[in-house]
Ligand binder design. Structure first.
Ligand SMILES: Cc1cc2nc3c(=O)[nH]c(=O)nc-3n(C[C@H](O)[C@H](O)[C@H](O)COP(=O)(O)OP(=O)(O)OC[C@H]3O[C@@H](n4cnc5c(N)ncnc54)[C@H](O)[C@@H]3O)c2cc1C
Length: 404
């Protein structure tokens, strides 16, 4: 609720705290179901995640206790259509991730990897047996898993990947490596690999307990601290035929379809980060005094707060519009890429402004803004870097490809 009661010309000591979603009546743009889910997730995140997550952030540990608390909520059912889920939409998934990221972008990214990448791939490309065996478990968080596309030698140029499979009797033999794979040391992994017989990229469901699977958590990562990003090597792993995603035909009708879907929703994580920065900065500057006055009473601070607020609102409108267009099947690859690039770039700016406003305390994890500053770097980089997404959009508006 807006508690702004300053009348024009009046100066009061009581300072307003404004919900940036209410300020332009942005909640009115959401459906009753989206509002209800958002509220429920907000209540959970503020009670169970926000007060506890920074212990895990500082230790760079996976928050098992918090993830276990998610299970009874059946939260991940909201990311799937019936019969495996409650029914879903881009916006419903988005508001869940936005609320998660208000507490921690790493926690939101964990949810995104499990749902936008792993579960969406199983839902879109898996057959009934695979869905029954894996999706029902990954949906209920009995299994945790990841999605392996990127390799040490192939990041932006992912379609040139070299992890490979060779057909043998009853299955395939997998060799190669994957890098940066979130949840790569958990239970199950979607592996995108080149079939040496056809030279096409194909998809496989790999269980991490199978012989030949080796995952090392990448050390020294100073962003998205709770996410366990792994360097993985596959050495002669036998994958049974039944674990091949048969409906994948190549890179375009495979990982690229998944990325087209997830890139619509990932900018909602950036919205959550912007909102988190706004809330922490407003709270801080309206409660700390310097030179005998609240920090928020200085013009420089007010300009920063308004810039953060407006950037959040502009980004929200853009991301929501994209989500609605995607739901209607009208979002092009260029539109998706340009929104992802622009919003994640603006998140870096917002995070920097928030960090400045908190002074020395802006580097303490509980004050959020330093996490936002480093996490924004990954939002800007994963799911296609700012450059590549800009060039995808640039190709669409000029008709000229500039990155290959
Ligand atoms: C924390 C984290 C989590 C991740 N999680 C996953 C995951 O779960 N699964 C997964 O498969 N991948 C994951 N990734 C990988 C991510 O998608 C890649 O990091 C990203 O695609 C960029 O690849 P790269 O890091 O190899 O950078 P590079 O491709 O080496 O790019 C380096 C720089 O060069 C620029 N560049 C490259 N090519 C061009 C060009 N043609 N024109 C102009 N500029 C160019 C890039 O924009 C960038 O600035 C994750 C990455 C990170 C950091």
């Amino acid at each position: 609720m807006i508690r702004l009661n300053l009348l024009a010309g009046q100066v009061k000591e009581k300072i307003a705290q404004i919900d940036p979603m209410e300020y332009l009546s942005l909640y009115d743009l959401l459906t009753p179901e989206e509002l209800e889910v958002r509220k429920a997730v907000e209540a959970f995140v503020q009670k169970e995640v926000a007060p506890k997550i920074n212990d895990y952030v500082e230790a760079a540990q996976f928050p098992t206790e918090i993830v276990n608390a998610v299970k009874p909520l059946k939260l991940f059912h909201h990311f799937l259509n019936k019969p495996y889920g409650h029914g879903t939409s881009y916006t419903k998934q988005g508001v869940i991730l936005m609320e998660a990221a208000r507490a921690d972008a790493g926690f939101a990214t964990f949810i995104a990897v499990q749902n936008l990448l792993l579960n969406y791939t199983l839902e879109k490309f898996g057959n009934a047996t695979q869905k029954q065996k894996y999706l029902t478990k990954t949906r209920d968080v009995e299994y945790i898993g990841g999605w392996g596309l990127t390799e040490r030698g192939y990041g932006s140029d992912a379609s040139s990947l070299t992890a490979n499979v060779k057909k043998v009797q009853g299955g395939y033999i997998l060799n190669g490596d994957k890098r940066w794979i979130g949840n790569g040391n958990k239970d199950v992994l979607i592996v995108w690999a080149r079939n040496l017989d056809t030279n096409k990229v194909e998809g496989f469901i790999v269980e991490t307990k199978w012989p030949g699977y080796h995952a090392e958590v990448i050390q020294g990562k100073l962003a998205l601290r709770i996410v366990q990003n792994c360097q993985i090597t596959f050495t002669n792993i036998f994958i049974p035929d039944e674990n091949k995603l048969e409906s994948v035909t190549d890179f375009q009708n495979g990982p690229n379809q998944v990325l087209m879907h997830s890139r619509v929703i990932v900018p909602w994580i950036a919205l959550g980060v912007m909102r988190g920065v706004y809330e922490h900065s407003l709270k801080w500057t309206t409660s700390r005094k310097q030179f005998g006055k609240y920090l928020a009473s200085f013009q420089l601070q007010q300009e920063r707060l308004v810039r953060i607020l407006s950037t959040f609102q502009a980004s929200f409108l853009m991301v929501l519009r994209l989500s609605r267009l995607a739901a209607e099947g009208k979002a092009t690859i260029g539109m998706i890429s340009s929104v992802k690039a622009w919003v994640t770039d603006k998140t870096r700016e917002v995070a920097r402004l928030g960090r400045e406003m908190l002074g020395g305390d802006g580097i303490i994890s509980d004050n959020y803004v330093i996490k936002a500053l480093t996490d924004a770097e990954v939002l800007y980089t994963y799911e296609g870097t700012y450059d590549i997404n800009s060039l995808v959009a640039g190709r669409e508006i000029t008709g000229i490809g500039a990155f290959k």
